[in-house]
Structure formats: C-alpha cells, structure tokens
Design a protein around this ligand. Structure first.
Ligand SMILES: Cc1cc2nc3c(=O)[nH]c(=O)nc-3n(C[C@H](O)[C@H](O)[C@H](O)COP(=O)(O)O)c2cc1C
Length: 400
C-alpha cells in the first residue's frame, strides 16, 4: 500500500470502450490503496460494464448522467470536481478524447472534466487505426498541451483482432502513473543511482557469504525517486523484489561486480544513494567444485573487497552522496566517523540488532547525519514513507 493515495479523492471516468472491464480491477486497486473513489460513466460505458458492479466496489453512487436525481443532482459535477485530488479516464474512447480536446460538455463526464483543476490522467484505448488516425493524434497533442497527462496505450493483439498500439495498459501501470502524477516533481531530470540488496561472495559453486539485506529500503528509494521525476539506475544484489517501474535495473552478485557497475555509471549521476549491504570481505579463492565435508574443520581465508563508497567519496565532485551505516552499537560515533572518512553529504544510520532491526522488515527507524554536523532522529516509519523523507532532505540539501 502506498501512502500517496490514502484518503485521496480520486474520480474515475469510464467511457464506452471494450477495455471498460479493466476499470473494475483498477477501481479495486485504488480502493485497496485507501483512496476514496467516485465513478462517472458515459451512457455508452454502461453497455460494456454494469454501474452496479462499480457502485458495489466503490461503495458510492455512480454518476451516469448529468441530470441524475438524488445525491448528485444538478450541480454534483461541480462538487465532485472541487474535491478531486486526481482524475483517471480509463478507458478513454476516441469520442471522449475528441470532445475533451474541443471543450464539448454534453454529458456528465465531459462536463465534469471541464470543471476540474486537479491532474487528469487520460488512458486512450481503441483499435490501432483509430488510435493512429491523424485526428486522434492531434486531439491527444492538444490535450497534452493543455496540461493533461496521456498514458500511451500498449501494443499487442487487440479485441478487434488487429495487432498494434491501442491496448489499455494493465491497471497496475495506470495506478503507478497516477501516483507519479500526484507526486511533487522535485527531482525532475535528476540522474539518481541507488544501490540495494546484499552481495554474495562465492565459496564454491553452491555456497556463498552474504547477509540478510532484503533490498526493500533501496527499492523504495528508487521507486520514490522515479515517481518524483528522477532518471533512476538501481544496482541490485539478489532480492525477491519486483523491479520498480521505469527504473533501469542492473543486477550484480559480488562486491566486485557492484564496484564495476557503480564506477561505470557514477560519472553521469547527480545523486548517489548507497543502501546496498556490500560484503567487506570475500574468500581468497573460489573452489571450482563443491567442497566435500571430509574434514572436521576448515579454514576460509578472506581478503578485503574494494571500499566502493570511499572510492566514489574521493571522486564525488558536486554530486550528492548518501551512505548507510548499519551498526550494532555506538550509532552516533560510528555513523559520523563514516560520514567524514568517506566524504559523504549525508549518512542514514540505524541499529541492526534486536527487535527493531530493519533487515527484511517493512519498517525502519533511522537517524540522519549531515556533513555540516547536524543530525536528526526520525521515528519508526514504513520504508516508503522513509524513502520520501530521505528524498525531501536530499532535495533541500542539494539545492543549498
Ligand atoms: C463492441 C464495441 C467496442 C468498442 N470499443 C471501442 C474502443 O475500444 N475504443 C473506442 O474509442 N471506441 C470503441 N467503440 C466505439 C464507442 O463505443 C463509440 O465511439 C461511442 O460513441 C463512445 O461513447 P462515449 O465516448 O460517450 O463512451 C466500440 C464500440 C462497440 C460497439
């Protein structure tokens, strides 16, 4: 669940396209995220999906025509427009797109959108030739120029049997685009590198040295930065997490592979957040075959891995560099020492011992330490909330 949509007033507009059935799933996703959703349907949309289904899922009266009696009588569309935090039109037919581009208000949905000041996300879906027709493309450009957000359709086999662009993106993709539309775009155009997850140092073909990092914190930062407009590269060790949308993900296994990926992309970055749990040591030798248990004891000789953070700290220039310090004791001293030694702008310190350990958990309790000597203790937060708080601080401090 994302805090972005909790208690937000979202209006879903549904027009008469074959993909109207997907709006049922979209509505379910939105309500699951805690959003307060009201549905507006064109008369033709009601031929594809029953208002009753949407009424039951939203728990609210569905508006299907302008002069509807009852709760939303006469000027209901103005009331809904005033309260809206965002609007999604999915699917948007060629017809609704044409009417919106021309300022026509001849039904409840088109009248409503004229009165809205909140962001409007339009999701066109139609036959490929219809979608590619000059008039639909011209109308979409006009709507884009007017400040509306267009989520371009996917390509694939359409219900009409044609293959090409025109398919309504999956509800999850629509939801993700909506969340982005509702986020501040304060990292717009910034190039952000995030490292996440554990590294693995092979001992033999079936064993390795590693740590319990789940990667959740780094993935949350990458996702939040992308939503706030950044171009994000995520360098990740092995995790069970889904790739965040629209993020370039580079997968690595060892600390040495992490180092080469970081060094390869470091130069082009504006902000670097190193949240990965990189192994300090690796076995000196990696056995070619599985080591047999024919001895009672065995020695594993370890050698130091390169200190990636210290290396980029030396070369950081005016890039904003954030490190993480996972400590089991003396957090303030250890974190501030690491901040200075590695030439960081900010370090996120936490204690990884006992019940509050962040390893694998969905929550984290951290303290932030800054280059100027200031520090800030944050309360226990979920990792998404914390990711946004860290980005708030990075934006404030990198703009100084
Ligand atoms: C079976 C069927 C499927 C349709 N699918 C679409 C569609 O996917 N996209 C679209 O733009 N129009 C589609 N149309 C045409 C629209 O329903 C038609 O243009 C209608 O006037 C749209 O009305 P509305 O925009 O007020 O809902 C379809 C029509 C039929 C009969």
């Amino acid at each position: 669940m994302t805090e972005m949509l909790e208690k937000k007033n979202i209006i879903m507009g549904i027009s008469g396209g074959i993909a109207a059935y997907k709006s049922v799933e979209l509505l379910r996703l939105l309500t699951k995220q805690g959003a307060d959703v009201r549905v507006l349907m064109t008369r033709n949309a009601c031929r594809f999906v029953g208002p009753l289904t949407l009424e039951a899922l939203s728990g609210k009266v569905v508006c299907t025509h302008l002069f509807q009696e009852g709760e939303n009588a006469s000027i209901g569309h103005i009331e809904w427009a005033k309260d809206a935090d965002a609007v999604i039109i999915a699917p948007a037919t060629a017809n609704i797109i044409g009417k919106m581009a021309g300022g026509i208000a001849d039904d409840a949905l088109t009248t409503f959108v004229l009165a809205v000041t909140a962001p409007i996300l339009i999701c066109p879906s139609m036959n490929t030739d219809m979608y590619q027709s000059p008039v639909v493309q011209r109308n979409l450009s006009l709507l884009e120029k007017d400040g509306h957000i267009i989520l371009r359709p996917d390509s694939g086999e359409l219900a009409c049997g044609v293959t090409g662009p025109g398919r309504l993106p999956d509800p999850e993709q629509i939801l993700e685009r909506l969340i982005k539309a509702m986020c501040p775009q304060d990292l717009s155009g910034k190039r952000v590198m995030v490292t996440a997850g554990p590294t693995q140092e092979p001992i033999d073909p079936v064993r390795f040295l590693s740590n319990p990092s789940s990667g959740k914190m780094g993935y949350a930062i990458a996702r939040a930065a992308q939503r706030r407009g950044a171009l994000v590269t995520l360098i990740s060790g092995l995790t069970s997490l889904q790739d965040p949308s629209d993020v370039k993900v580079i997968r690595i296994q060892t600390a040495a592979q992490m180092a080469s990926a970081v060094f390869e992309h470091f130069e082009e970055m504006d902000i670097i957040v190193k949240s990965a749990a990189v192994s300090d040591y690796r076995p000196e030798e990696r056995a070619g075959e599985k080591i047999k248990k024919d001895k009672n004891e065995m020695m594993l000789n370890l050698v130091r891995n390169q200190d990636i953070l210290a290396e980029i700290g030396q070369r950081k220039g005016d890039r904003f560099l954030v490190g993480f310090a996972a400590e089991t004791e003396a957090l303030d001293q250890n974190a501030t020492k690491k901040l200075r030694k590695k030439n960081l702008d900010m370090i996120v310190g936490n204690i990884v011992k006992g019940e509050d350990s962040a390893f694998g958990s969905d929550t984290n309790k951290v303290s932030l330490y800054y280059r100027d000597g200031n520090q800030e203790a944050l309360p226990m937060m979920d990792k998404e909330g914390l990711a946004n708080r860290l980005l708030d601080r990075i934006v404030e401090r990198s703009n100084k």
